[in-house]
Design a protein around this ligand. Structure first.
Ligand code: HEC
Length: 184
């Protein structure tokens, strides 16, 4: 083997070793973050948590028909309004409010999905179709990304069913003609 060739092999070996070291450093730096419960906001985008929320979504969808009507009937609209402050960074709630990062949400319950004029929706949301009935709102607000993969709504969701029900009855009230509450 010529010394030039030998140098090439040594170079290749060192490059590989370096690559493995870099991978390990990155791996070590990233891995503990998955277990860091004090920073949940950053966890949402990770594959691990998405997988978990997909599971949670499945089980909640199954229990929806019996669970949700009773939750909605017992829901606290004033508490929902407070929780909905989280939405204000991106949405307006009042009649004729402007579209911000997200569309205006006046009269959204019972309205067609992805239909606010002047707002450019993701194809993910326009493709779903139908109206924002209670089930759809519940599923979307549980985990926007699970309900509409590829949605532009960068919001992790409201995991607690009672808090979600509160927000949904608040959204329902944002209308001149609110849709009927479900019957048990
Ligand atoms: C970080 C910004 C952001 C936050 C926070 C946010 N949203 Fe959104 N929202 C969006 C965007 C962007 C869209 C459009 C999604 C798309 O096109 O995929 C959207 C869409 C929606 C829609 C569908 C509207 C339609 O016309 O079909 C509803 C309902 C909604 N959001 C409710 C909420 C509620 C309730 C909250 C608070 C609990 C919230 N959002 C928090 C950005 C946000």
């Amino acid at each position: 083997m010529s010394s030039v060739e030998l140098n090439k092999w040594i170079g290749a070996f060192l490059a590989t070793a370096l690559f493995v070291m870099v991978l390990k450093i990155f791996g070590d730096a990233l891995f503990p973050a998955h277990h860091n419960h004090s920073a949940p906001v950053f966890l949402v985008e990770s594959g691990i948590v998405t997988e978990h929320s997909a599971q949670a979504q499945t089980s909640e969808t199954v229990s929806l028909p019996s669970l949700l009507p009773s939750l909605l009937l017992a829901a606290d609209q004033a508490a929902g309004k407070k929780t909905a402050r989280k939405c204000l960074a991106c949405h307006t709630f009042e009649l004729d409010g402007v579209n911000k990062i997200g569309p205006n949400l006046w009269d959204i319950a019972g309205s067609a999905k992805a239909a606010r004029s002047g707002f450019s929706y993701s194809s993910s949301l326009t493709d779903i179709g139908g109206t924002w009935d209670y089930d759809a709102l519940n599923s979307f607000l549980t985990s926007p990304k699970t309900y509409a993969p590829g949605t532009k709504m960068a919001f992790p969701g409201i995991k607690k069913p009672t808090a979600r029900a509160n927000v949904i009855v608040y959204l329902r009230a944002l209308s001149d003609t609110p849709i009927a509450l479900p019957t048990e």
